[in-house]
Design a protein around this ligand. Structure first.
Ligand SMILES: Cc1cc2nc3c(=O)[nH]c(=O)nc-3n(C[C@H](O)[C@H](O)[C@H](O)COP(=O)(O)OP(=O)(O)OC[C@H]3O[C@@H](n4cnc5c(N)ncnc54)[C@H](O)[C@@H]3O)c2cc1C
Length: 372
């Protein structure tokens, strides 16, 4: 996430889960004297990062930071090779790789060299583009936040979206909601609305829906939109090319020439120094190159994601997936921190029941905490 960004989720929905609630975001902010509200006050990225580090220090002091380079099946379990030369063996592996490895890039631009083209995930520091011309593609939080923050930083920025309109979350009114509003649009960890309430609170019920309905719901629910707090930085400030998709690009004389095409066939070209794809994330097991080919081909998939049991286990016994990769099974809440509570409780229950040795949890703070 770019420096200066705010979380879209409410304060109460941005906890890193721990079973006793020892270190909620609210408690962390109270300890440090950081302004906090359950709702109506966006959480700055800096605060969330400081909270994450404090959580790690207190709850998972022995966390080992190293990359997993290879996971393969061995008799009775798995062998996990680490970048530091060590290896671990376990009967189970929990893959909690989140959104990493799953950056989605428009195929029409994938050939561009890194100097001219990057994914939003690679752009933490926007000041490096000051004085240069950048085109951001997309209309979700990543694209809109980058566009607004880059404009503030003095970048000559333009935004391209295939959607004809850009949507933003509604700003809080500060007024108490009426009983009718609370009934028809109840609040939830994913924002107000009956559907959001179902997605946030009933991931297990979601799992029992037919597969095609689950996949469709995940694709449609909580579509691209910006936080209300970024609207003023974008609308009326950043030139918008709405209803256009990237049709191709080439580098000429040190500039990237981006060809755009609208649905009615209209075309135009933008010449820039760099293009950023704020085009989100798409689960594809083939992106997890550190999994052996044997594992990748054995995991049953639906629409690119692993098919998971009610306990997050894939068709490879002992191999579990959490986070974004579990969204088609348990719903859109798995894309957010709010989904961690259900995930951790469910996983820990099943792992404890049959545990012989501790599972190898790859960067999953929630799971690591709960297996203690
Ligand atoms: C722009 C943007 C805004 C967002 N805003 C919100 C928000 O407001 N609220 C919210 O709840 N969510 C938000 N999200 C979603 C957020 O990313 C997820 O909720 C959260 O990151 C999920 O946590 P995670 O631990 O599952 O995965 P991640 O945070 O993605 O962490 C995965 C970890 O796995 C590690 N890893 C990957 N591969 C390996 C390997 N081979 N070896 C070792 N380690 C590995 C990575 O280094 C990383 O540390 C946002 C996402 C984006 C992109």
């Amino acid at each position: 996430m770019p420096k200066g960004m705010m979380l879209k989720s409410d304060g109460f929905a941005s906890d890193i889960y721990d079973p006793q609630g020892v270190l909620s975001l609210k408690k962390f902010c109270a300890e440090r004297g950081i302004p906090y509200a359950d709702t109506g006050k966006p959480v700055p990225l800096d605060t969330f990062c400081a909270y994450g580090l404090a959580f790690r220090e207190r709850m998972v002091p022995n966390l080992e930071e190293t990359n997993v380079t290879y996971v393969e099946r061995i008799p009775g379990g798995f062998k996990v090779d680490l970048e530091n030369g060590e290896a671990a063996e376990g009967r189970r592996v929990v893959l909690a790789v989140g959104i990493t490895h799953f950056e989605n890039l428009p195929a029409t631009l994938a050939h561009l060299p890194a100097k001219y083209f990057s994914h939003s995930a690679a752009n933490h520091e926007v000041n490096i583009y000051r004085g240069r011309k950048v085109v951001v593609i997309g209309a979700g939080a990543s694209a809109l936040d980058l566009a607004g923050l880059m404009h503030d930083a003095g970048v000559d920025i333009e935004l391209v979206s295939r959607k004809p309109e850009i949507s933003f979350h509604s700003a809080p009114t500060g007024k108490k909601r009426s009983w009718w509003q609370r009934l028809t649009r109840p609040s939830s960890g994913l924002g107000p609305g009956l559907k959001s309430r179902f997605f946030a609170d009933s991931p297990l019920a979601f799992h029992y829906l037919p597969e095609n309905l689950r996949i469709e719901s995940v694709q449609k629910a909580l579509g691209p939109s910006g936080g209300y707090f970024i609207k003023n930085k974008v609308v009326g400030k950043v030139p918008l090319h709405l209803g256009y998709s990237p049709d191709g690009a080439e580098v000429r004389d040190g500039k990237v020439h981006l060809a755009l095409r609208a649905t009615d066939g209209t075309t135009k070209e933008i010449i820039a120094d760099h293009i950023v794809a704020g085009t989100g994330y798409r689960v594809s097991l083939d992106s997890l190159q550190f999994l052996s080919e044997d594992i990748r081909s054995a995991v049953q998939r639906a629409n690119g994601s692993p098919v998971l049991s009610i306990n997050f286990e894939s068709s490879v016994p002992g191999l579990y997936f959490t986070g974004l990769a579990s969204a088609n099974s348990f719903g859109p809440v798995m894309r957010f921190a709010f989904g961690a509570k259900f995930t951790a409780q469910r996983l820990v229950k099943v792992l404890k029941k049959t545990a012989v040795r501790e599972p190898v949890a790859l960067s999953s703070v929630e799971v690591a905490v709960n297996t203690k």
